[in-house]
Design a protein around this ligand. Structure first.
Ligand code: AKB
Length: 312
């Protein structure tokens, strides 16, 4: 029977991944953990990912078989303290890979990101294998993490799997510290204030994905037969690409009084260094990836769900 540990479980992806894993494996089979307490979760444990001793104790005590290692500092907040970002994003992963090497855990999930791309990477239909010269410490830590995953798989047979997520759009939990966060903030402000001041320019195109697609892609990859996986760095993963101006127009179609204004800040340079559209043909070919939600679906779902949530 699987026993799963999720690190960074209070984050945007973690909160929904824990729910999906519990629906699949059972409530008690999934331990959520984070550096800050999550109320009302009897299967939650406090865990600082840099505390190697505690992490090992949890794995041994609870007979953990799989770790979804989501704890990380994202692209924008990472720039405030590069050394801390490197330490959190990389050393936590290395501790987990070592537990895999020792045979204490069977399977590991490591989230990577479009932030591994940089100014020299082709922006359109960005290939799986390309230039990786990221401009943020977050991107540097993630591409390095990918290489360590590949190394531990090839050298020690560790079953570690990874996806390069685009920006994730969700309504249950807000993202924190990312460059793609505008695509969630815009819905909150549209409903709560009727207007949004965007920190990116109107024509900044970025790859994005609805949370349900991100969750089902993750579970699909983790369930895939080992033999089908030709990549142990990280798979490109795509769903939709759009600009602030395009998403705001769709919101305006539903909420004609909505207004957007633009005040780009330091996050503009980060966004400008990333890809605009992604070639995810390896994920499609190896394990059957196919997103379900297009931009119209995302706008409909976000407005519907957030309208209910914010009125409660
Ligand atoms: C960020 O904006 O930092 C993240 C990401 C694309 O990895 N959402």
């Amino acid at each position: 029977m699987e026993k799963i540990l999720v690190t960074g479980a209070s984050g945007q992806l973690g909160a929904e991944l824990v729910a999906a894993l519990r629906a699949k494996y059972g409530e008690k089979q999934v331990i959520s953990s984070d550096i800050k307490e999550t109320p009302n979760d009897p299967n939650f444990l406090m865990l600082d990912i840099l505390n190697k001793t505690r992490l090992r104790e949890i794995v041994i005590e609870h007979k953990v078989t799989q770790i979804y290692h989501l704890a990380a500092i994202l692209s924008a907040s990472g720039e405030w303290d590069p050394k801390k970002t490197w330490n959190v994003n990389l050393n936590g992963l290395l501790t987990i890979l070592n537990l895999g090497q020792e045979g204490l855990i069977d399977k590991i999930f490591f989230p990577s990101t479009i932030a591994v791309h940089g100014l020299n990477t082709p922006k359109q239909n960005t290939p799986q294998f390309t230039d990786f010269t990221p401009s943020t410490v977050y991107g540097i830590s993630k591409i390095t993490g990918e290489l360590w995953c590949n190394y531990y798989h090839k050298r020690y047979g560790v079953d570690v799997r990874s996806l390069r997520y685009p920006g994730i759009i969700s309504w249950k939990t807000k993202p924190h510290g990312g460059t793609t966060d505008y695509a969630v903030e815009i819905f909150y402000d549209a409903i709560e204030k009727g207007s949004y001041e965007c920190f990116l320019q109107e024509d900044t195109m970025l790859p994005m994905m609805y949370i349900d697609d991100a969750i089902s892609g993750t579970l699909q990859l983790m369930d895939a037969d080992k033999e089908k996986l030709s990549l142990r760095t990280s798979y490109n993963l795509a769903a939709v690409s759009f600009t602030p101006s395009q998403i705001s127009q769709l919101i305006k179609d539903k909420m004609p009084d909505f207004n957007i204004s633009y005040k780009p800040d330091f996050r503009q340079a980060i966004a400008d260094s990333w890809s605009q559209t992604i070639d995810d043909s390896y994920a499609r070919k190896d394990w059957g990836w196919k997103p379900k939600f297009d931009l119209n679906d995302i706008v409909d779902m976000m407005l519907e769900k957030l309208n209910i949530k914010l009125k409660q």
